[in-house]
Design a protein around this ligand. Structure first.
Ligand SMILES: Cc1cc2nc3c(=O)[nH]c(=O)nc-3n(C[C@H](O)[C@H](O)[C@H](O)COP(=O)(O)OP(=O)(O)OC[C@H]3O[C@@H](n4cnc5c(N)ncnc54)[C@H](O)[C@@H]3O)c2cc1C
Ligand code: SF4
Length: 326
């Protein structure tokens, strides 16, 4: 382990100034479940860690009928999934959280850290100086790419590892980003970036910017939602693929709906045309079959991962049948 400084700021301004001064050499530290692994594997070699845990106001969960949920970035994954309102009104989020990592990791990992975690590509985590680490080759292209992306990739082919992010997309969530200069609110769908936009980062955060809160709008009583994650092992594992959906239903019609997909792209993935087609769709298995067949039409799988396409389409069909069954 290399030597690094430990900074414990008392507020966002101090944290932001410390982080902004030495971008990527001073790293934000929340639960540490991702960051410490990256440091041990020497993927990251920070000169300083900025511990966010002593900053007040980032630990709470608030709910109002008008604003919906406001979740502090330091809220633990287990704390969030156990919250009464999440369990009652936001099933998709509860299910995704419960499918995330292991109980121990959920007790340590925070929701802010989960959204900002780095990719799990085994070349990136291993001793390979690939494109994302400043090298000049993506080892996944001609290497072991079973778990890599099928859409949105190039020149790097990671998938985004977060389960909660996929659920939150279907809920139209947003994040507050703060820095010494002020705060701004951004839709979660605009938070993540593709490798073609920035190969060194997975989100829009600039030097000194910190996620402080996650916002989830209220849902109507006619809303149903759910999350299906396919993984290779029964115990904790990252998603091979996953599907989330949030639907507003009236009688036999989906009035409005959003679907999102994990394990397929460098960011949690949504397709506007699928969301448009969900609007006004009659609840019939045949309709779900033809809608699901439209998902990831522009995919360009690598040589080992075309299996993800039928998998993700079938999971969407299954989820829509489940959510509209009663
Ligand atoms: C074995 C294992 C299995 C896992 N399985 C899953 C899984 O199945 N599904 C899944 O979704 N996740 C999984 N994870 C990831 C896990 O959920 C994350 O490690 C955890 O949520 C990160 O939270 P943290 O608070 O520990 O973040 P940290 O490790 O402290 O930070 C992670 C990253 O986010 C940055 N960061 C942290 N907080 C902020 C903030 N507020 N603003 C800006 N940047 C910030 C840090 O600088 C760092 O780059 C797994 C992790 C492990 C180790
Ligand atoms: S997929 Fe991205 S992170 Fe993985 S080896 Fe290629 S460039 Fe590196």
């Amino acid at each position: 382990m290399r030597y690094f400084d430990y900074i414990q700021p008392e507020n966002i301004k101090q944290a932001s100034e410390s982080a902004g001064r030495d971008w990527r050499k001073a790293l934000l530290y929340a639960g540490g479940t991702d960051l410490l692994g990256l440091i041990k594997n020497e993927v990251e070699s920070p000169a300083a860690l900025i511990n966010l845990k002593a900053i007040p106001g980032l630990n709470g969960i608030e709910y109002s009928e008008r604003e919906g949920l406001t979740i502090g970035a330091l809220v633990k994954l287990s704390q969030l999934s156990a919250h009464e309102v999440v369990r009652e009104k936001y099933s998709v989020l509860e299910q995704a959280l419960k499918e995330t990592a292991s109980p121990q990791l959920r007790n340590m990992g925070t929701i802010g850290g989960n959204l900002c975690q780095r990719p799990r590509c085994w070349y990136f985590r291993g001793d390979f100086h690939c494109l994302r680490k400043g090298g000049d080759i993506c080892y996944a292209v001609d290497g072991e790419n079973k778990y890599h992306c099928v859409i949105g990739g190039g020149p790097c082919f990671i998938v985004h590892p977060s389960d909660p992010a996929v659920a939150l997309l279907t809920l139209d969530a947003g994040v507050t980003i703060a820095s010494a200069k002020g705060t701004k609110r951004v839709a979660l769908k605009d938070f993540f970036v593709l490798p073609e936009d920035d190969i060194y980062r997975e989100n829009i955060l600039q030097p000194g910017e910190i996620v402080t809160h996650i916002h989830v709008p209220p849902v109507s009583e006619k809303t149903v939602s759910g999350y299906i994650k396919f993984r290779e092992r029964g115990a904790w594992d990252f998603a091979v693929v996953s599907v989330a959906a949030t639907l507003r239903i009236n009688g036999d019609t989906i009035i409005d709906g959003k679907a999102a997909f994990g394990g397929v792209a460098p960011k949690p993935w949504q397709e506007e045309k699928i969301n448009q087609k969900l609007k006004g769709l009659s609840v019939k298995p045949g309709n779900f079959e033809s809608l699901s067949a439209e998902v990831l039409k522009e995919a360009e799988p690598l040589n080992q991962n075309a299996f993800k396409l039928p998998l993700v389409r079938n999971l969407l069909k299954r989820l829509l049948v489940q959510l509209t069954a009663s």
